[in-house]
Design a binder for this molecule. Structure first.
Ligand code: UN1
Length: 495
């Protein structure tokens, strides 16, 4: 019998009111049921919001350094349980063990950053224009945050959102992805063990159209932080506008790596292999396009094809697997449909292109690492996010043309340029339209203490990570204190 999980609302384990459940399965071996979770609905969200709202009135008054102490403890527990959580995460979503360890590490880094932020949460003091008057701006908690997260970083992304939300004094209703509910349940369990009070973090499992929509429309939720597809992000934005919620959206990408003719080509090769096929291409920062200078195009492509063919597909728990499965059958079908689109558009399929179902691979949702060459900028495989192990290769004559091609999508999350020419590097940093630009580094691998997010249709202008995410989870309050003992009229009595 598979393990059975519940929601956690106001510190109590509760079934979905409907009594319905859903299963969570291993994408590398679909026969393996990992656990059963409640399929919740609006009525469960209502309970969670009530609990979070009541808890907010106490939690907002806890000194931030004290909230930070709990964050430190969460970090310590994550350190102690890192290996166990990583193994469970690989079973749950398929990426290889080195990567799930990295995912947990990103959560640890975020916890320790939040711990220290409890002793900062800096505001500003500024001079008043009037004598004997003091002016300052302080950060205040906002209220109840709805947190809706994807399956590709089942621990790291929830921590990016929940830790700063809670450290800032907000309370949380958390809906994790239905493909990865177990890692999320473990995270919440750890938060409780570390001393997060009942009601401050509530987890409600279930689908986007039921739980997600109920969160987004709920009048008593003040802000929404969402990472996922652009289509869902746009819907959330529309729904949240009904109650004028503050919304942070982290959506799609069509990230590119440019390789110039002066680059260290071995380094660039390692970079694109990792960026394109790490996490089976299922990162919003994944390298989906490779833009090669014409002088190195043929040589680089040949070596890339060779190295890609050597990547070993397999269960991420096995030490010799390089690339795990797609998350589920539907996602693998999306990948397959883009392979068909690429062929119909006249791009040249140079390796991969099929599902991988030899031997034990037949048990899971594996797809061969796939490369299309001779892709042109207007093709759909150069424009649309695929979220799988498919790389489109384009040819350019100069850095300027490369940057133009790189910028020519509706997205703007991550970008990368390989060059040894410092002048070219700085031109690229200036002219690339993206939230993240790497020089001689692949498009993946952002660090937890730096701003994370994108421009254009990748998001709506907010940033996660580092100090910047605290701007989203706090509200500025301007405070004036007049100690002159008389009425002083600003803009009037002093001019
Ligand atoms: C994502 O793909 O949604 O920068 C997040 C990276 C990781 C985070 C990716 N640290 O690739």
């Amino acid at each position: 019998m598979a393990e059975s999980y519940k929601n956690l609302i106001n510190g109590k384990l509760t079934e979905a009111k409907s009594g319905r459940t859903f299963e969570n399965r291993n994408p590398a071996n679909w026969e393996e049921v990992i656990a059963v979770f409640p399929k919740s609905g609006k009525e469960d969200v209502d309970e969670a919001v009530k609990a979070a709202r009541a808890a907010f009135e106490k939690w907002r008054l806890v000194p931030a350094p004290k909230r930070g102490d709990i964050m430190r403890k969460i970090g310590d527990i994550l350190v102690a349980r890192k290996e166990e959580i990583a193994r469970e995460m690989t079973r749950e979503m398929g990426k290889v063990l080195a990567e799930t360890r990295g995912d947990v590490q990103e959560g640890i880094d975020t916890a320790y950053y939040a711990a220290t932020e409890g002793r900062r949460l800096f505001g500003n003091t500024v001079p008043s224009e009037l004598p004997n008057k003091f002016a300052m701006a302080v950060r205040t908690p906002i209220g109840v945050a709805g947190i809706i997260t994807p399956w590709n970083f089942p621990l790291a992304i929830p921590t990016w959102k929940i830790f700063p939300a809670v450290l800032s004094g907000n309370t949380v209703v958390f809906k994790p992805a239905t493909d990865t509910p177990k890692t999320s349940a473990t995270l919440v369990e750890i938060m409780m063990e570390a001393g997060i009070p009942e009601g401050v973090v509530n987890i409600v499992h279930g689908g986007g159209s039921e739980v997600g929509t109920a969160i987004t429309l709920h009048p008593d939720i003040d802000l929404i932080s969402f990472t996922g597809s652009s289509a869902v992000g746009k819907q959330i934005s529309r729904d949240a506008s009904e109650t004028l919620k503050r919304v942070s959206l982290e959506l799609g990408g069509k990230n590119a790596q440019i390789v110039m003719d002066d680059a260290d080509l071995d380094l660039a090769l390692d970079g694109v292999l990792w960026g394109a096929f790490g996490t089976t291409g299922q990162r919003c920062t994944a390298t989906s396009r490779l833009i090669l200078h014409e002088k190195i195009y043929d040589q680089f492509l040949a070596t890339l094809i060779d190295r890609t063919k050597k990547l070993r597909l397999g269960d991420g728990l096995l030490p010799d697997s390089d690339v795990g499965p797609c998350i589920n059958e539907a996602q693998r079908s999306v990948v397959q449909s883009y392979v068909q689109i690429g062929m119909n558009e006249g791009a040249k399929l140079v390796t991969g292109g099929s599902i991988a179902a030899e031997g034990v691979l037949a048990k899971g949702w594996f797809h061969q690492p796939t490369i299309f060459a001779d892709v042109t900028p207007e093709m759909r495989i150069a424009q649309e996010e695929i979220f799988g192990p498919v790389l489109s290769v384009l040819r350019v004559k100069s850095l300027e043309e490369g940057i133009g091609v790189l910028n020519n999508t509706v997205y703007g999350l991550s970008s990368s340029v390989y060059t040894r020419d410092v002048n070219k590097a700085f031109v690229a940093i200036r002219d690339i339209k993206a939230g993240i630009t790497y020089i001689n580094v692949p498009t993946i691998g952002a660090e937890a203490h730096m701003p994370f997010g994108g421009v254009k249709q990748t998001g709506n202008g907010h940033r996660e990570g580092g100090w910047t995410v605290y701007d989203f989870f706090t509200e500025w309050k301007a405070v004036y204190i007049d100690y002159s003992g008389k009425l002083q009229r600003a803009q009037i009595d002093n001019y």
